[in-house]
Ligand binder design. Structure first.
Ligand SMILES: [Zn+2]
Length: 248
C-alpha cells in the first residue's frame, strides 16, 4: 500500500477510535443527565404541589372564616332567643339557629376533608424533598466517580486528535477533503477494502457496500498509490494486506 492510502487508512482508524472515545464520554454524560432529568421532574412536581397546598390552605381559611361568622350569628340569635316575647318569634329564631348550625356542620365536614387532603399533600411534599436530596447525592457521586474517567477519556481524545493531525499532514489537501466528504456521508467510513472473492475469475467486491468491483481497481492499486473510488458507494478503495497476498 502506498504512503497516501496508508495515511488515509491510519486516519480512518484514528477517527474510529475517536468516535469510540466520544461515545464513552457521551454515555458518562448521559448517566448524569438522566439523574438531572429526574431531579428536574421532582422539582417541578414539588413546585406544583406547594402551589396546590397554598390554594387549599386559602380555601380552608376562607371556609373557616365563614363558619366563624355564622358562629357569631348563632351567638347573637341565642341572645335574641332569650329575649323572645312570643312563641312564634321564639320558633322562628330557633329555626334560624338550627339552619345555621346545619350549615356550619357542613362547613366543618368540608374543612375536615380539605385538611385531610392537605395532610396528604404535605406528606407527599416531604417525601419529594427527601427524594430530591437523594437524587442530588446520587448525581454528586456519579459526577465524582465519572470525573477520573472523563479526564482520562478527554486526554485520550487530545492524543488522538494530535495523531489525526499528523496522519492528515501526510495526505494532500484535495485527497483529504475528498476523504472527509465521503467519510461524512458514510458514517466515518471514507475508505473501503477491496475483498477478493476469486482472484482467478477476477471477482472482487467492495468491503464497504459489498457490490462487485472491476478487476481494474485491484490491478491498479497493486502497483500504484492511487485514489480510486468504488463505483457503487464512492468510498476510496484500498487493498488490505491479506487481500494483496490472496490476489498474487
Ligand atoms: Zn462500495
Amino acid at each position: 500500500m502506498g504512503p497516501i492510502l496508508a495515511s488515509l487508512l491510519r486516519l480512518q482508524e484514528i477517527e474510529h477510535d475517536m468516535a469510540h472515545v466520544r461515545r464513552r464520554l457521551r454515555s458518562k454524560e448521559n448517566a448524569i443527565r438522566v439523574v438531572q432529568q429526574k431531579i428536574d421532574e421532582l422539582t417541578t412536581r414539588r413546585r406544583e404541589l406547594a402551589e396546590e397546598l397554598r390554594r387549599q390552605q386559602a380555601r380552608v381559611d376562607q371556609v373557616d372564616l365563614d363558619r366563624a361568622s355564622r358562629d357569631e350569628e348563632i351567638e347573637h340569635l341565642r341572645g335574641a332567643l332569650n329575649r323572645a316575647r312570643t312563641n312564634k318569634e321564639y320558633a322562628a329564631l330557633l329555626t334560624q339557629i338550627n339552619s345555621f348550625k346545619a350549615d356550619n356542620s357542613k362547613l366543618e365536614e368540608q374543612i375536615l376533608a380539605t385538611m385531610e387532603g392537605l395532610d396528604k399533600a404535605k406528606a407527599e411534599l416531604e417525601a419529594i424533598g427527601a427524594h430530591v436530596e437523594a437524587e442530588e447525592k446520587r448525581k454528586t457521586h456519579a459526577a465524582e466517580a465519572n470525573a477520573g474517567e472523563v479526564a482520562k477519556l478527554n486526554a485520550m481524545l487530545d492524543e488522538l486528535r494530535q495523531r489525526r493531525n499528523e496522519a492528515a499532514a501526510a495526505v494532500p489537501h484535495d485527497v483529504l477533503a475528498n476523504f472527509d466528504r465521503i467519510a461524512g456521508n458514510r458514517d466515518g467510513e471514507g475508505l473501503a477494502p477491496i475483498e477478493v472473492v476469486d482472484a482467478k475469475r477476477n471477482e472482487f467486491i467492495c468491503g464497504g457496500c459489498y457490490m462487485g468491483l472491476s478487476a481494474e481497481h485491484y490491478n491498479a492499486l497493486l502497483s500504484k498509490d492511487e485514489i480510486r473510488h468504488c463505483d457503487s458507494c464512492g468510498r476510496i478503495l484500498y487493498i488490505p494486506a491479506e487481500a494483496a497476498s490472496k490476489g498474487s
